[in-house]
Every structure is written in C-alpha cells, then in structure tokens.
Ligand binder design. Structure first.
Ligand code: GEK
Length: 241
C-alpha cells in the first residue's frame, strides 16, 4: 500500500479532488483518515450478506477502490445478484477494474461504472451503499439522490449511509473535530498535513447533523433508520425501506 504524503509539503490552497494522485494512495489515506474504516467495511459485508436477496442488485455509490464492494461480495454466500460499483473518478474506476482481475476477485459479480451517482437509475435493489460519498454531493442534490435510492429499493431493502457529521452543539462539535485531528496525528499525519487537508476539503466535504440525515431519510420514504456505528464525528447509519 503506497503511503499518503499528498499534504506533507507546504502548498498553496486548492480544493480537494479525487485525481490520479489521490487514487494512487487512497487505501492508505482512507484507512488513516476515517476512524473505524476497516470495521465499517467489514460490517457492511455482514449487513449485505443478511439483506442481499437472490436476483436483486446491490449499488455501491462512490465506490472509490471498491472497499465496500469487495467486503460485500466476499461475504455474500451466493452469486445470484449484480453489484454495480459506481464512481465519477476515472482514476478510481480504472484502478478498481484492475483490482478485480486479481485471483479470488475475478469471478465476483461486480460491474464497475464510471459515472455520476446523481444521474444513475436505481431499480430492483436490496442493498445500497453510500460509504462516505453523500458528504461530497452538493447539498442541493442530496434530497433527490436519497429519494432515487428509496424508490429503487425493494420493500425491506436497506441503505447503508456512512458520513462525517457535525453536531448541533458547537462546543461538542469543536471537541470531536479536535479529537479527530488528534486521531489523525496518532495515525502518523503531521499538524501541517492535517491543516492543509482540512483547508482543501472545506468547500468540498459538507457534513450535516445526524438529525438532518434522519429527516431526509424519513421524507424519502424509509420506514426506519438509525446509527449503527459512531466514532467522534464519523458515523454509519442503516435505513430500511
Ligand atoms: C469506500 N465508498 O472506500 N458521483 C460518483 N462518485 C462520486 C461523486 C459523484 N457525484 N462525488 C464524489 N464521488 C468508498 C469511499 S470516498 C470517501 C468513498 C472519502 C466519489 C469520489 O470520486 C470518491 O471516490 C468517493 O466518492 C468518496 O468505501 O474519500 O472520504
């Protein structure tokens, strides 16, 4: 795994993009930047194994290098489903295509699509995953995307929604951000790397509160939803159609 040193040297401020440079170090970056990432992936696999209905589709929206897709495909005991792994970064999808040719992965029912998750059709889905993707979608488009997902899920199907979140109480918000930065430094990132990445993400990653997510999920037609994982300002929710 190539080490992420993208923000190690002083640089002029520019918005974060999922380009080739990021894709080439992405596994290291996300593992050291999202508390509990490995646990979340593994439990997405457990949830998918429980909810994937034979003959249905699974959607991994904003799949990056396919961490969630592979966790699901390796834990579902049958092969009677189609897993659509979608990302609008060609650098990510090209790499994922290559990863899927590796021994042990080449026979998995995963189809990689380079495209915008806001533009795709969703139908006959039993499981949909937005693992740290909705936060990068412009807030005005989020209601429509969640509604498209709800409409494309079978009754009883699930959406797994993982997000960086903010808290309504400002002192708590600041505390969790501070603890998160401490976590990143414990993962080997310098104070400069943490500060430069934070600035690069400022206009790109827009976190919302858990209440905002829950209200949107309910309004879209999910019958129930709740948080199943949380560490500081990172959480994962499950919503049942
Ligand atoms: C994982 N889920 O490892 N359409 C398609 N893809 C998009 C869009 C869009 N409109 N906007 C952003 N992306 C992954 C991790 S990373 C999270 C997801 C992070 C893609 C973007 O190209 C990137 O690959 C991904 O969403 C977000 O389980 O880096 O914190």
């Amino acid at each position: 795994m190539k080490t992420d040193t993208i923000f190690a040297m002083p640089q002029s401020r520019a918005d974060f993009v999922f380009d080739d440079k990021v894709a080439s170090v992405f596994s290291d970056m996300i593992n050291r930047s999202v508390p509990g990432y490995a646990t979340i992936l593994s439990m997405i696999g457990v949830l998918a194994a429980r909810f994937c209905v034979p003959g249905s589709r699974i959607y991994d929206l904003g799949c990056s290098l396919g961490g969630a897709s592979l966790a699901m495909a390796h834990q579902i005991s049958h092969k009677d489903y189609e897993l659509l792994a979608i990302d609008n970064s060609p650098a990510m999808t090209t790499r994922l295509e290559t990863l899927l040719t590796a021994p042990g992965s080449s026979d998995l029912p995963i189809r990689v699509i380079c495209g915008d998750v806001c533009e795709i059709d969703i139908s006959n889905a039993s499981v949909v995953v937005l693992n740290f993707t909705l936060q990068f979608i412009t807030p005005e488009k989020r209601d429509a995307l969640i509604k498209t997902i709800a409409d494309g899920l079978q009754p009883g199907g699930i959406l797994i929604l993982s997000e960086k979140i903010r808290f309504p109480a400002e002192p708590l918000n600041e505390l969790f951000i501070d603890l998160y930065h401490e976590f990143k430094q414990a993962q080997g990132y310098s104070a400069l790397e943490v500060a430069q990445k934070r600035a690069a993400l400022e206009n790109v990653l827009i976190p919302e509160t858990i209440d905002t997510h829950k209200q949107r999920l309910q309004a879209a037609g999910f019958s129930s939803c709740d948080v199943w994982f949380q560490c500081f300002n990172f959480c994962s929710m499950v919503a049942v159609r």
